[in-house]
Design a protein around this ligand. Sequence first.
Ligand code: NI
Length: 304
Amino acid sequence: MISCEIISAFFYGRDIYYLEGQMSGGEDMKEKIRHLVIGAEVLVLIGLCISLVKNGNAQRVTVQSQIEEKTDKISNTSDYEKDNKKIIDIKGIGMKDIEGKENEEEDLEEINCKENNFKEKKRVALTFDDGPSSKYTPQLLEGLRERGVHATFFLMGKNIEGNEELVKQIQEEGHLIGNHTYNHVELDKIPKEKALEEIEAANQEIYEITGVYPQWLRPPYGAWVKNLDFCVEMFPVLWDVDTLDWKSKNVESILKIAKAEVKDGAVILMHDAYQSSVEAALQIVDLLTAKGYEFVTVDELILP
Ligand code: NI
């Protein structure tokens, strides 16, 4: 503003000088006007200098404030996350503009998402009883292989004969094999010696194929006899979620139970003995995987 007024005075003075030059008058008057104009020109120059200095200061203040603002953001973000998140922070600052509050919030969300990946996943164990089945077990194995999921198969001794390759395949594909007795007997309804025979006969069938003596036992109907704990070096495994797949033979019904009852650490009971069970099991895998669950075998779930 000041410089504009001085420039106006400068041109005004020059106009007076010009007009006086055209006028006939005394030399004294002309001299006075010349001094006036020179004075005005000096004022203009001083004004311009002041103006330049002031502008320079203003620019320095602006740059300084921008630097301070950026420094604040760097120190704030560093306070939020340290060490291994440094790369993310640096990326975030680079993407921010100086006034971009919204960008700042987006960066924080991005970091939060990455943090969630470090949290331990929820885990469940799918278990299949009564197999192996030459018709349904291969379909189930294929679906589990495609999804990169391992399950636990409690095999009946009497179903192994003729399905030896299938048992081998279950083992080779990383699933856990357990014992479901030889004849699917109710262990609490038969003499102790007979119960032990049932368990041992199934163990022998499995051992001859896999070279591994089963450690995990699923008693048919969940009927376990406590005293047997002292006679077999095996762990009985019951279940948390009974899908009743053998009863309904209905995919929707099985899914409904799974959706309602499955939670972190659950053992899910199913049977690779029905088409509906195979289809439902694979849908359960897809559903729970999408919800962040990891599928593990029974030993991985139970043992520390
Ligand atoms: Ni069974």
